[in-house]
Design a binder for this molecule. Structure first.
Ligand code: ACO
Length: 325
């Protein structure tokens, strides 16, 4: 039976660390409020690097950790909601920089679920086409679409990138079960960003630009604590697996309170969740691959371990995968 296995990870985050204390100088907030409501202590914010640059550095690390060269890659998918340009895609820019000349490259837009969506799409293409090895990247410079005057949102987000190399495998290890879903109606009402201007000579009604993230925090919170346990249970059921056999759940790192509430609803120990939201804030599509890369870097995953990744985000979207290493 043909499966798809993860070969290696890499990540890169800007060096510029912005603490909650630093934000006290920008908006009316306190370290105490941010820590209590979100678990975030600091985040990395670009002081000039774009999404392509962050993604490229994460990709180089992932290729190195996978012992792969540029010519080994057949497919590049980048998940991002904060690209440098509308065209070319971030993935095509990365292809050019890496010199992955035989690859096909494109972006996926699914907000914070983007990396997991991309992993599922890449895995399906690997199984169903002649593309046998993929570079999957989640990369964001969210600071460019954050309203730095809005204390309700600017404290939440950070910049960064994470990447994985996956390939066709005949072994039992790999992506065991997946799920992905969306609810477009709910998304328009609760979490939006980056409305482009429509101001042509032909427009009956002009639409002005609305660049920044606008979020109904409480609604997103309710949605997140409901879908996170659903994703975990769905993956376990599809894989005929028990939660006791899962070493780590790597959730989208949005907010510690969301993760704690999901643990309560699943009736499992919080320690089963790998958490780094305190260091990076919410890096949207980059959050899960950064966490996975860290887990490997720290030697916390061994051959045979099973983990679950579970994401939720704008769209609204949610997605997950159960992976055996
Ligand atoms: N500092 C101090 N006070 C603040 C701040 C701040 N940074 N932000 C808001 N407040 C105030 C509000 O003005 C309000 O004051 P009021 O009572 O005088 O009106 C009070 O704090 C409570 O505000 P709420 O918005 O009700 O606070 P809540 O407890 O809901 O926490 C939060 C807000 C942290 C945003 C929460 O709703 C949340 O975590 N939501 C989920 C957000 C999220 O994770 N989104 C991303 C997921 S999807 C994706 O990744 C794209």
């Amino acid at each position: 039976m043909k499966g798809v296995k993860v070969v290696g990870f890499g990540h890169y985050c800007p060096e510029n660390i912005i603490s909650n204390k630093d934000l006290e100088n920008i908006v009316d907030t306190t370290d105490e409020w941010i820590t209590k409501r979100t678990g975030i202590k600091e985040r990395r914010i670009s002081s000039g690097e774009g999404t392509v640059e962050l993604a490229y550095k994460a990709a180089v690390a992932a290729l190195k950790n996978s012992n792969c060269g540029s010519d080994d890659i057949d497919l590049i998918i980048v998940a991002t909601t904060s690209p440098d340009k509308i065209m070319p895609s971030t993935a095509c820019s990365i292809q050019g920089l890496l010199g992955c000349n035989k690859a096909v490259a494109f972006d996926i837009s699914a907000a914070c679920s983007g990396f997991v969506y991309s992993l599922i799409v890449a895995s399906s293409l690997i199984k169903g086409t002649d593309k046998k090895r993929a570079l999957v990247i989640g990369a964001e410079v969210l600071s460019r679409i954050v309203d730095w005057n809005d204390r309700g949102t600017c404290i939440l987000f950070g910049d960064g990138a994470g990447a994985a190399v996956i390939e066709l495998s005949n072994e039992e290890e790999g992506i065991v079960s997946t799920c992905f879903s969306s609810d477009g109606g709910l998304g328009e009402k609760s979490l939006v960003a980056g409305q482009l201007e429509l101001n042509t000579p032909f427009a009956k009604e002009k639409i002005s630009e609305k660049r920044y993230i606008e979020m109904k925090g409480a609604e997103v919170f309710k949605f997140a604590v409901s879908v996170l346990p659903d994703v975990v249970n769905d993956l376990l059921k599809k894989a005929d697996e028990r939660i006791e056999n899962i070493k780590y759940i790597v959730p989208h790192q949005a907010n510690l309170r969301i993760i704690n509430e999901a643990a309560r609803r699943l009736d499992i120990d919080k320690d089963k969740f790998y958490i780094n939201v305190d260091k990076y804030g919410n890096t949207s599509a980059a959050s899960i691959p950064i966490a996975l890369s860290e887990l490997f870097e720290k030697g916390l995953i061994k051959r045979g371990d099973k983990i679950i990744i579970a994401a939720f985000g704008g769209g609204l979207t949610w997605a997950g995968a159960l992976i055996k290493f």
